[in-house]
Design a protein around this ligand. Structure first.
Ligand code: HEC
Length: 198
């Protein structure tokens, strides 16, 4: 009974609100909370108003982003070509994602020619390089004993979970579990560590 009364009041309020035109905005939320059903309308209406303002203010910078986009896209074309020239599956690699993934390595590794050793050895020329062969880097004993020539498959295995591949290694890195992300970072590294763009 009370519910019905509440509904009637709410409906009355709604009718009033509609009749009142402008005032309806303030009356409507109350009405919907009374009924309890029309909450989505209220929920939508409330964030819509604040959202509109940032959208409008963002409109001007938005234009400049749009204008900059083609310019930014242009330099990725050579990298796309370099990626496409790699052996499969790395020719399917995504340069942009590879670069994003490599940002996880950057705190410890450089890949450019003449790049410094950081926490980890420099990775310039890593493909075809013997493990633990950077003369002025202090490798761990397990890495010294690893004795591989780094290629894509070995790096893929290594970066998936270094702690599991070589327990006691100095590379304290959780690993990249996603195979496609590893493919992308390896494709990126193949280009970046051989004198290509970084
Ligand atoms: C927290 C620092 C750190 C991060 C992050 C890190 N590494 Fe390392 N990395 C090292 C260290 C230290 C070594 C030497 C390991 C040892 O001696 O046990 C190493 C060794 C290596 C080696 C072997 C190098 C050689 O000369 O034999 C490769 C390849 C490598 N890292 C690739 C990567 C890649 C690719 C990433 C990102 C996906 C990465 N690392 C992230 C610290 C790091």
């Amino acid at each position: 009974m009370r519910k019905e009364f509440g509904l009637a009041v709410a409906l009355g309020a709604a009718l009033l609100a509609t009749a009142c035109g402008q005032q309806s905005e303030t009356v409507m939320p109350k009405q919907s909370s009374l009924i309890g059903g029309d909450t989505t309308a209220t929920a939508e209406a409330t964030p819509a108003a604040p959202a509109a303002a940032p959208a409008e203010t963002a409109a001007a910078p938005g234009n400049t982003t749009a204008a900059a986009a083609p310019a930014a896209a242009a330099p990725t074309d050579p990298t796309a070509k370099l990626i496409a020239e790699l052996p499969a599956p790395y020719n399917m690699g995504n340069w942009k994602n590879g670069k994003v993934q490599f940002s996880k390595c950057l705190s410890c590794h450089t890949a450019v020619s003449g790049g410094a050793n950081l926490t980890g050895p420099h990775l310039f020329g890593i493909f075809g390089r013997k493990s633990a062969s950077v003369a002025d880097f202090m490798y761990s004993d397990p890495m010294k004993a690893y004795n591989v020539v780094w290629d894509a498959a070995k790096i893929d295995h290594w970066i998936e979970n270094p702690g599991k591949v070589l327990p006691g290694s100095k590379m304290i890195f959780v690993g990249i579990k996603d195979a496609q992300a590893r493919r992308d970072v390896i494709a990126y590294l193949k280009v970046a560590s051989s004198g290509g763009p970084n």
